[in-house]
Design a binder for this molecule. Structure first.
Ligand code: PLP
Length: 456
């Protein structure tokens, strides 16, 4: 916008001057053992601080750690501080000084999702001296290294990525002061060209200041419908071209796409095929677009995808289902802007934030979702979308099907302008807020204020 470039540095160990086995440290992200992972995190944390120093970037006010993977940067900052003040081991003032430099954002609401390494491995990789220094900074954990605890202990500002996630994180780490700052998505990147054209016309300031999307509330409903219908055509054309499947632009289209993993329950929507058939018959036709890949080691996630394929076969007579192969950013943008309803069914408390529903909101696509993550904040029943409520999983399925049959489909097919008003609210109330511009400003106000000591 104002010509500022945000540099991104990628660390790569495949330099000829490294030992052959060290050249492979950054070869792959998943699939290595604990030791491979730990060494990667040493490269990121310790190597990262060294790299910034070698680049002469000495005027750094804050180091922001996303998840614990980079937490060993606290070790390197401590070492540098000690080299400067001549202390052999850090005292509480030294730890406090490093803390003033660090910000930590946790993204994972379950303990199993946090990296941990046994003390023996830490000693093997870091050596006795460094290990002693590391544990002398006083974070919890005697003989194992929990990267999240290391990051928590060394940060002045700690946050979860939605209000609810802040609460869940405080329960997980009661000894720390954990705040919450809700995620956002980049509006310029995730708004479809069709919808962007409408915004450019009616609220042109939105591109440099996303707050102006608030004034989308006065865009005529017919225009919202037209722009969305054009975005829907783009999605359907891409599906036609890549999969050879023809979907009907006049049929209510439900979208679900994200990483395939157990807690997101991709199959919940398909869990009662007979009920879906009945809904389609009574309230109006439905078609569904699915997408999402499983982590190579996530067997449950892979099973979920197989189950959806099986349901697709079973339902083919009444409800058309498409599974996008190779779900990526391009499909992500097409599907979150091109469907009529964005479905999300995470087990409550398990979705730290969720971001795809924010992309949908920017494009005037309302959500139908369990009340978790960002949706607790973005949900106004019948105004920005709809909630799925009740106990797991049967009552939730019932809530989802009932709303679809009694509220959502009747509104879409019988009162299209009422439906367009929900779409418009999604833009004006949620698109204007759940974006990276607001998020970044909040980090500036809450996390990046104040100045730490110079350690270089
Ligand atoms: C936005 C996006 C995601 C994240 O979706 P969530 O709902 O936050 O899980 C995953 N993959 C792709 C390709 C995306 O665009």
């Amino acid at each position: 916008m104002n010509g500022h470039i945000v540099p991104v540095y990628l660390l790569d160990t495949s330099a000829a001057t490294n030992a052959p086995e060290d050249q492979e440290i950054t070869d792959f992200l998943y699939g290595g053992d604990d030791k491979y992972r730990f060494i990667q995190e040493v490269v990121l944390g310790v190597g990262g601080v060294e790299m910034l120093s070698k680049l002469n970037l000495r005027d750094i006010d804050h180091y922001h750690m996303n998840e614990g993977h980079s937490a060993l940067l606290a070790l390197r900052l401590t070492e540098r501080l000690l080299a400067k003040n001549g202390h052999a081991l850090p005292n509480t003032d030294d730890v406090a000084a490093v803390r003033r430099l660090c910000v930590f954002t946790t993204h994972t609401p379950v303990p199993a999702g946090h990296d941990q390494f046994p003390g023996s491995l830490v000693r093997e990789v870091l050596g006795e001296h460094r290990t002693k220094l590391l544990f002398s900074t006083g974070f919890t954990g005697r003989d194992h290294l929990n990267m999240t605890h290391l990051a928590l202990h060394h940060s002045n500002y700690v946050n979860g990525v939605a209000m609810k996630h802040g609460e869940v994180s405080r329960e997980m780490f009661p000894e720390y002061r954990v705040k919450a700052l809700t995620n956002g998505v980049h509006a310029g990147s995730w708004t479809s060209p069709e919808m962007a054209q409408l915004f450019d016309r009616d609220v042109p300031e939105w591109r440099h200041d996303n707050v102006y999307l608030r004034y989308g509330i006065s865009i005529p409903l017919e225009r919202i419908r037209e722009a969305h219908q054009a975005a829907k055509q783009s999605l359907l054309a891409a599906i036609q071209e890549q999969l050879g499947v023809t979907l009907d632009p006049n049929v209510y289209t439900v979208g679900f796409a994200r990483r395939a993993t157990g807690y997101k329950r991709a199959g919940l929507f398909m869990s009662e095929p007979d009920r879906l058939r009945k809904i389609a018959k009574n309230a109006g036709p439905i078609q569904i677009v699915y997408g999402g890949k499983a982590h190579p080691r996530d067997e449950e996630g892979k099973r979920n995808i197989e189950e959806i394929y099986a349901s697709a076969k079973e339902l083919q007579d009444t409800v058309k289902l498409v599974y996008l192969p190779n779900y990526d950013w391009r499909w992500g943008a097409l599907i979150t802007s091109g469907v009529d309803l964005w479905l999300n069914t995470p087990i409550v408390t398990r979705e730290a934030s969720g971001t795809s529903g924010m992309k949908a909101a920017l494009n005037g696509v309302p959500s139908l979702s369990t009340l978790d993550g960002w949706w607790i904040e973005g949900h106004l029943e019948g105004l920005t979308g709809w909630s799925i409520e009740g106990d797991r999983d049967l009552a939730e399925a019932d809530s989802m099907y009932t709303k679809l049959e009694k509220v959502i489909l009747p509104m879409y097919y019988n009162k299209p302008l009422e439906y367009a008003a929900v779409m418009r609210n999604a833009i004006a109330l949620n698109g204007s807020f759940f974006n990276t511009q607001r998020m970044l400003l909040q980090y500036v106000f809450n996390a990046y204020s104040g100045r730490g000591p110079k350690v270089f």
